[in-house]
Design a protein. Structure first.
Length: 477
């Protein structure tokens, strides 16, 4: 076995005997690298190092924190082609999407490089004479970050950057399927000057090392992105231990297409939202809710565009859709394809490709209704149900009839319909004539219902989670 990549704990790279293989989902014979799984003892060391280093990091000037984040942004941007390639090789998204994710991550670090200087308080005159009241924000201490495989750089970046900007110390546990991106991000933070102990990387399975991180008494807060069942367990553990918790989870995001929509815009929104990044986005459009008058033309055009999508190796510049991330994720998708057919849908696409790697053709479940399991449960792959509705009111009701509430979209040329939809959609994000996926980094990201718990990520509002409010009263005499 070649060079094993190690865990980064208290300013040192630490090995372990337990090693995982990181394989390319487009060519599973290709091993990208070997990654050491942290031991439970090493996890304890990481938390102890973070606890010891955090006060000095919090007491340092915001300029220091800003400089580290700004330098990390610059290094990441400079290495975007190379790192995008690595990301595509381990996750399977196309090279353009991989490079795009690295550029986005650099922009996120750059944004919080500025935010580190803008953590502000408020001052009030007290209602009592001679007394002043001051509201300040303090870091919460050691934060544990648990991240999924589908955005292996961007999600660690959008949690780490605000955490560090606010003066917290970090212990990051990335998904075991995609450790390379988080490992490289750690190297970049070290090069950017993050002090020993302030940022720690522990790799390994979620059920062991992730769970131990969540349970650790010296971890003050957990920010998690992943599935609903795991998130629910983390919420329970954090509630018992009175820890701050932030969860970003699944979606079953609706894209409503009204009769008055621009057909090309609607088809592009559906194609992009449902299938790009192989549908492996929590904001993917998995329910296409289409008004009867435009339904047949929309389905015909979307299906033709779907069939023309070029699947292939993510590193090939021609490729539009890469592989599914793993064999088990692919099998799960194919089970939903079979279920949709059993439930009475006409399924187009959804076949496994007869080639190496975890490839499936993007699938549409035509003639679906919102009661079907295939239209209610998150699939997290390139599959979308097409649900025909009579009018706007029915479309809105179907869009909101879900346990999730992350993103929603409508394609329409009516200002009235667009405005009513934006106001009444029970989702954290609502798009008009845009795909459900595709968000900015300087505004809040997050959802409602089973999609999210706790305060928002990204933008200035991210500081809500990574800081604690203190109100001080001073009698000046
Ligand atoms: P999960 O299986 O929930 O895993 C997410 C992370 O949690 C991984 O690092 C995982 O570790 C870890 N984990 C698993 N069990 C744990 C436990 N008991 N305690 C602590 N950590 C634990 O999700 P996934 O399969 O990686 O990602 C797919 C899901 O994430 C989808 O449902 C998708 O909707 C959701 N997702 C949501 C968003 C947002 S922003 N809302 C973004 C991306 C993905 P290992 O996997 O390494 O074992």
């Amino acid at each position: 076995m070649g060079n094993v990549k190690k865990n980064y704990i208290g300013g040192e790279w630490l090995a372990s005997d337990d090693v995982s293989e990181n394989r390319n989902p487009a060519r599973p014979d290709e091993i990208i690298g070997h990654y050491a799984r942290a031991t439970n003892e090493q996890l304890n060391q990481a938390v102890a190092a973070a606890k010891a280093a955090q006060p000095a990091w919090a007491a340092a000037t915001p300029q220091l924190r800003s400089d580290v984040l700004g330098k990390a942004a610059a290094i990441m941007m400079e290495r975007s082609q190379e790192l995008g390639r690595l990301l595509s090789r381990e996750e399977g998204k196309t090279l353009a999407e991989g490079v795009g994710e690295i550029v986005r991550s650099a922009q996120i670090f750059q944004f919080y490089c500025g935010e580190a200087l803008r953590i502000a308080g408020q001052k009030f005159d007290s209602v009592r004479p001679g007394v002043e009241a001051e509201i300040t924000r303090e870091p919460i201490g050691v934060v544990g970050l648990v991240t999924p495989w589908n955005f292996p750089t961007a999600i660690p970046a959008w949690k780490s950057a605000p955490a560090l900007a606010a003066g917290n110390a970090v212990v990051l546990k990335p998904a075991e399927l995609t450790p390379a991106s988080a490992h490289v991000m750690t190297e970049i933070l070290i090069e950017a000057g993050v002090p020993a102990g302030v940022f720690n990387l522990v790799m390994g399975s979620g059920s062991r090392i992730g769970q131990a991180l969540v349970e650790h008494p010296d971890v003050a807060g957990i920010s998690f992105t992943g599935s609903v069942p795991v998130g629910r367990g983390i919420a329970r553990t954090c509630a018992e231990r009175m820890k701050k918790v932030q969860l970003e989870m699944g979606g079953k995001n609706p894209l409503v297409v009204l009769d008055d929509a621009d057909l090309d815009i609607a088809v592009n929104c559906a194609l992009n939202g449902a299938f790009f990044s192989t549908g492996q986005k929590c904001t993917a459009s998995s329910r296409l809710i289409v008004q009867a008058g435009i339904h047949d033309a929309f389905v015909e055009k979307l299906n033709a565009a779907r069939a023309a999508l070029r699947l292939g190796d993510p590193l090939d510049a021609n490729t539009q859709i890469g592989p599914v991330v793993s064999e088990s994720q692919l099998n799960g998708n194919l089970e939903y394809v079979a279920l949709a057919a059993e439930e009475g849908c006409e399924v187009v696409g959804g076949e496994r490709l007869n080639r190496d790697g975890y490839f499936q053709t993007p699938a549409l479940f035509l003639g679906a209704n919102n009661a079907m399991r295939s239209a209610r449960e998150e699939i997290f792959g390139p599959c979308a149900s097409v649900i025909k509705v009579g009018d706007f009111d029915e479309a809105l009701a179907v869009a909101n009839d879900t346990e999730f509430g992350l993103s929603s979209a409508i394609c329409t040329s009516s200002l009235k319909s667009a405005t009513t939809f934006r106001r009444q959609s029970q989702a954290g994000m609502a798009m008009v004539n845009l795909p459900t996926a595709g968000v900015d980094y300087h505004v809040p990201f997050g959802g409602r219902k089973a999609s999210s718990l706790g305060s928002r990520e990204q933008g200035a509002l991210a500081m809500e989670f990574y800081t604690a409010v203190k109100t001080s009263y001073v009698f000046a005499g």
